[in-house]
Write a protein that binds this ligand. Structure first.
Ligand SMILES: [Cu+2]
Length: 155
């Protein structure tokens, strides 16, 4: 009986693990829940969303992004202009002290340009964020289904 309950606890913790929200830290910065969308066969671009929090008391900047799944990665901002959704590359992203920046559908996002292979649902890839002060941080990006509007959340 004791063995059985221990086995059950082990199984439950294994099951809970992949659903845990992903979090990556460097210095006073935390990157939460990086996620992307699966892409159809011939797509040349992809998108990544995440949240960056700066718990420190000095500003930092996200300077550049790189990943082995695409030739280039840029920070973009989507916005409505004259009734049309447009997006612009914004260069570096300022991270104010004691605040969070959300990259999410309809707003800021990381644009992957020149995808080298389709992004497959359920998979993941590494992406490296280079910050002006904190340095480089590699995060694991989870790939959700095509057209997903939010990451899969643990229940
Ligand atoms: Cu874009």
């Amino acid at each position: 009986m004791r063995f059985l309950s221990l086995a059950l606890v082990a199984m439950l913790s294994l099951a809970a693990h992949p659903a845990a929200a992903s979090e990556f830290k460097i210095g006073s910065l935390t990157v939460e829940t990086p996620w992307s969308r699966a892409t159809p066969g011939k797509a040349r671009s992809g998108v990544v969303y995440l949240t960056i929090s700066n718990q420190g008391n000095a500003p930092d900047k996200l300077m550049s992004i790189s990943t082995s799944v695409a030739k280039r990665a840029e920070i973009h901002r989507s916005q409505m202009k004259d009734g049309m959704m447009t997006m612009d590359s914004i260069g570096a992203l300022t991270l104010r002290p004691s605040s969070s920046v959300l990259l999410r559908p309809g707003g800021l996002h990381v644009m992957l340009m020149g995808l080298l292979a389709p992004l497959k649902r359920g998979g993941s890839f590494d992406m490296t964020l280079k910050f002006e002060k904190a340095g480089s941080l590699t995060v694991k990006v989870a790939i959700e289904k095509i057209g997903a509007s939010a990451p899969t959340r643990p229940h």
